[in-house]
Design a binder for this molecule. Structure first.
Ligand SMILES: C[S@@+](CC[C@H](N)C(=O)[O-])C[C@H]1O[C@@H](n2cnc3c(N)ncnc32)[C@H](O)[C@@H]1O
Length: 250
């Protein structure tokens, strides 16, 4: 029974459009400037998520290295940099404007000497030395198509040490399910409650429907396994946002 459900989920997923969302145009200078405010309206547990990442990483060596894939304005780096003062970070982002905001934030947090920046797609990034851990928070849902998502996850795996940890969070779910519709409605009501204008709400709804490539949870787990990660463990959910930790195969 479970297997049949999964096969149906995969079939549904394979029919999704594969034209890529233009990430660089979306995360431009104007969005970079307002991102930190907007994301907290969009994801009400945004700060909590970043706090919840910390315990998974507490057992790592004092001199660890961390890869932030799709670093954006640097939320992961700011939280982890404060908690782990000897760690070094690499921020990779395809948007120069978001990466600029991240650089500014690192400087403000007096972390400039501990963070290096790579402007480009994660799929084109290969570090000369492997990382102890990595994050991908709210990035992969913008990558459309199974092969493209797999290539993205494989690039993260290729940059991690064997046994290295990945913290992964994204929007996901089975778009045709009744649960999805209920979660989407509740999520948009939560977003609207912050006094978002009707125009902005309509625009954001269209953004979610057209630009986010939702994948059923079973397919996401299969993708992470195929990319080289073991036992993804779900530890976070807020409406359609979900987060897990996974370990790179040894
Ligand atoms: C929604 S933001 C998330 C930023 C940050 N991780 C956070 O938690 O706020 C998504 C970021 O991923 C970047 N991005 C999307 N696809 C990418 C890719 N293939 N490689 C590198 N960065 C990417 C975007 O430019 C954007 O800054």
């Amino acid at each position: 029974m479970h297997q049949i459900v999964l096969i149906q989920e995969v079939r549904h997923y394979m029919t999704q459009p594969s034209e890529q969302f233009d990430v660089t145009a979306h995360f431009d200078e104007s969005l970079a400037a307002k991102y930190d405010r907007r994301i907290r309206l969009f994801c009400p547990s945004y700060d909590t998520l970043h706090q919840m990442i910390v315990p998974w990483l507490q057992g790592l060596p004092e001199e660890s290295t961390f890869l932030s894939a799709g670093a954006g304005t640097g939320a992961e780096i700011a939280t982890l940099g404060k908690r782990f003062p000897s760690w070094r970070f690499v921020a990779v982002d395809v948007s120069l404007d978001m990466l600029g905001a991240c650089q500014h934030r690192a400087a403000e947090a007096k972390m400039a000497s501990r963070v290096t920046f790579f402007n480009g797609r994660l799929q084109e990034y290969q570090s000369p030395s492997l990382f102890d851990s990595a994050s991908s928070v709210f990035v992969a849902h913008f990558i459309k198509g199974r092969d493209e998502k797999l290539a993205y996850f494989r690039s993260i795996a290729a940059n991690l040490k064997p046994g290295g940890l990945l913290i992964f969070a994204d929007l996901f779910g089975e778009k045709s399910s009744p649960e999805f519709a209920r979660l989407l409605d509740a999520w948009l009501l939560s977003y609207a409650s912050h006094g978002v204008s009707a125009d902005e709400l309509a625009q954001d709804r269209a953004h979610i429907e057209n630009d986010v490539d939702f994948v059923p949870e079973g397919e996401l787990v299969a993708l992470l396994n195929e990319a080289g990660f073991s036992n993804p463990l779900l530890f976070y959910q807020t409406y359609l946002f979900g987060g897990c930790m996974a370990t790179k195969h040894v």
